[in-house]
Design a protein around this ligand. Structure first.
Ligand SMILES: Nc1cc(-c2ccc3cc[nH]c3c2)n[nH]1
Length: 234
């Protein structure tokens, strides 16, 4: 299966980065197909206007619905199709999680709608919900200037889970937040040299005693999780 990813943004250049590294490889081996679009291509005025003042007043500007609607018509189509997943990154979205990434990794077509300014006219999201499967997703409780960086983060989390993307899928199974894993943070990692700037790799990891190593790692994960993410232990 090839996943088609579309990105709608007034800064489509953000997505040039998808041609490099692992994601570039996924494109080369046909696992994903990436199309970035400039929302301004669907404006008709001399200034290629995509924003206007908010109805009801308030600071900043809001993205006009018209360019989005015409872009949807051109990129996705005018017939409803629930198999198309449309993602609106937004601070007011539901938290994006590994399980959401897992679910999205099986979808054949995803369209990212990257807002700017104060956000997108709400009717755009309401319209999209009548046509496709819509996800309003938040990356976390902090505010970005637009949806592009969030779209890149969601893309990386999703694409790496596509079967055939990662060299050894077993490594995915062990990761924090993977399904079936206890919700624990990953233990500290070490590699050679064994001694570095006066700091040594914990002896147990050099013992070759796999039982003790597993025990040490679990204990470290429990301590770390209790200290940094007590919410995961609920
Ligand atoms: N988790 C998170 C999403 C965002 C976000 C997403 C889209 C827009 C559009 C204008 N500002 C935005 C901010 N900030 N933080």
């Amino acid at each position: 299966m090839t996943m088609r990813l579309d990105y709608l943004s007034i800064f489509p250049g953000y997505f040039d980065v998808l041609d490099i590294s692992l994601l570039g490889k996924a494109v080369d081996n046909g696992l994903v197909e990436v199309h970035a679009h400039d929302l301004r291509d669907w404006t008709h005025d001399r200034h290629r206007t995509v924003d206007d003042t908010p109805c009801g007043g308030g600071a900043g500007m809001v993205m006009k619905p018209d360019p989005w609607g015409e872009a949807f018509d051109g990129i996705i189509g005018i017939e409803p199709d629930p198999s198309v997943h449309v993602i609106f990154p937004t601070p007011s979205g539901i938290p994006f999680t590994q399980s959401a990434a897992q679910e999205l990794s099986t979808v054949e077509r995803v369209v990212f709608c990257c807002g700017r300014y104060e956000g997108i006219d709400h009717r755009v999201i309401d319209y999209a919900r009548t046509m496709w499967t819509v996800h309003e997703l938040s990356l976390g409780d902090y505010v970005l200037n637009g949806g592009e960086v969030a779209a890149l983060a969601i893309t990386e989390a999703v694409v790496r889970l596509i079967p055939g993307f990662m060299g050894n899928p077993e490594s995915l199974a062990e990761e924090s937040f993977s399904p079936g894993q206890e919700r624990l943070l990953e233990y500290p990692l070490f590699t050679r040299p064994v001694s570095w700037r006066g700091m040594d790799v914990p002896e147990v990891l050099m013992s070759g005693h796999h039982g003790r190593i597993a025990e040490w790692r679990r204990e470290e994960s429990l301590l770390l999780t209790r200290d940094r993410r007590p919410d995961l232990t609920d």
